[in-house]
Design a binder for this molecule. Structure first.
Ligand code: PMP
Length: 293
């Protein structure tokens, strides 16, 4: 029988089959909410504080008033992991604006709906990390930051979902998204890095991307390793001509890209810098999380 996860939902721990939210919830009706995806490595929550901080920043940006402190919410995340005996896994923490009345903004003062799932993780196939994954560039452009800032990790992922459908239809698992001006932004669920003549380059946040926690970790690790890291705008030209390309994300970690739009990047397989960073990232992730047990 399939394992039933224990879910935290609005002050209670309930079985997965009983964890239900109302059809009047703003998150369901309008994607009016925010979330985080977090990893557990060896019984520790990776970058817990950073994820909680990002969640609270997203809440502030969309004017959801959090009803509990960061410490309380962290406690809930840890307890959800304990209840499910998670040693290595994935956490999904979600906050919606709460119950509404079908209008865009509920008339009564809302109380956010909060739930937390801690479960196992589905990763890309192992061989992709050494052979690299093929991706395409989506026709769908990334949301413009002045309209709906991708820094907000909101429940409204339609922009990314449309690009992900393009990837699926092209027979690949990720799609690169550009800004309206044709500047490389990020993938549907991952940030992007390229390596050109030994320099690690990634788009700056202001281009309109999520400030990825893995992205930040990779930049710190790279600098510690003496690698030059630059945040600057670049185009598809620079991606196609790069020596290496990889994506970063909580679920993907660091995954090499072998082709973009059927153009082979560098030698195709994971390059030396990608491999070095992936090794450093694994070591770091095993030893730097917040203890659950
Ligand atoms: N960009 C987008 C659009 C994402 O949804 C994510 C998270 N899945 C990322 C980048 C990577 O961010 P993080 O490293 O914090 O998981």
């Amino acid at each position: 029988m399939k394992k039933e996860w224990i879910i935290y939902l609005d002050g209670e721990f309930v079985k997965q089959s009983e964890a239900k939210i109302s059809v009047f919830d703003q998150g369901v009706l309008f994607g009016d909410g925010i979330f985080e995806g977090i990893r557990v490595y060896s019984g520790t929550v990776f970058k817990c504080e950073e994820h909680i901080n990002r969640l609270y920043d997203s809440a502030k940006m969309i004017k959801i008033e959090m009803t509990m402190s960061k410490e309380e919410l962290t406690g809930i995340v840890l307890e959800t992991c304990r209840k499910n005996q998670i040693k290595d896994g994935y956490i999904r923490l979600v906050v919606t604006r709460g119950l509404g009345d079908l209008s865009l903004l509920p008339k009564e003062k809302h109380k956010p709906t909060i739930f937390c799932i801690a479960c196992s993780i589905i990763l890309y196939p192992k061989e992709m990390y050494s052979l690299g994954m093929p991706i395409i560039t989506a026709v769908q452009r990334r949301n413009r930051a002045t309209i709906l800032d991708p820094q907000i990790k909101s429940l409204n992922y339609l922009n990314n979902i449309l690009a992900k459908i393009e990837a699926e239809q092209a027979g690949v698992q990720e799609a690169l998204m550009l800004t309206e001006e044709g500047i490389v932004a990020e993938c549907t669920g991952d940030n992007i890095f390229i390596v050109t003549r030994g320099v690690l380059i990634t788009p700056p946040i202001h281009v309109g991307i999520l400030a990825g926690i893995t992205r930040n970790t990779v930049m710190i690790l790279a600098k510690e390793m003496g690698i030059e890291v630059i945040e600057k705008e670049f185009t598809l030209f620079n991606v196609y001509a790069a020596d290496e390309c990889f994506l970063t994300g909580t679920a993907a970690e660091i995954i090499s890209v072998r082709e973009v739009d059927k153009r082979v990047i560098g030698d195709g397989e994971a390059g030396p810098m990608t491999k070095k960073l992936l090794k450093a990232f694994h070591e770091y992730a095993q030893n730097n999380g917040m203890s659950i047990y």
